[in-house]
Write a protein that binds this ligand. Structure first.
Ligand code: AMP
Ligand code: ZN
Length: 117
């Protein structure tokens, strides 16, 4: 998609700190992090927002969500559970949609935010 900043990152036309990449997905650090860990998971395919997701994209969305805990763990903010059942760590996974949802970049992306004490 012309003039889409995230499509340009996918095409390597603009730089990003890439944490993960496969045929369908990419994850890179947010340029303006709001926490020690803040990265974005995007489909390589241009989908403007969550409201533009089609039935055929269900698998892709599942893969995006499945990647979040793996990369959060690599970034040191995974959810851990002690033998006594107490939980530690964790992260927020957020998809902003539309003007009222605070979406600025119209290429679907899930924020993964963590590392706050
Ligand atoms: P939003 O559309 O509000 O969910 O958020 C868009 C996010 O993209 C913001 O957190 C920006 O800091 C981030 N962002 C914008 N441009 C870039 C870029 N070139 N590389 C990495 N992150 C970016
Ligand atoms: Zn795009």
């Amino acid at each position: 998609m012309d003039n889409c900043i995230f499509c340009k990152i996918v095409a390597k036309q603009i730089p990003a700190t890439v944490l993960y990449e496969d045929d369908e997905l990419m994850a890179f650090n947010d340029i303006n992090p709001v926490a020690p860990v803040h990265f974005l998971i995007i489909p390589k395919k241009h989908i403007a927002s969550l409201s533009h997701v089609a039935a055929e994209d269900a698998m892709l969305l599942g893969k995006m969500m499945g990647l979040a805990p793996k990369l959060a763990e690599q970034a040191g903010c995974g959810l851990t559970e002690d033998a006594d059942g107490s939980r530690h760590g964790g992260y927020k996974t957020q998809i902003n949609t539309g003007p009222a949802g605070g979406q600025i970049v119209y290429h679907l992306h899930a924020h993964v935010i963590g590392g706050k004490k």
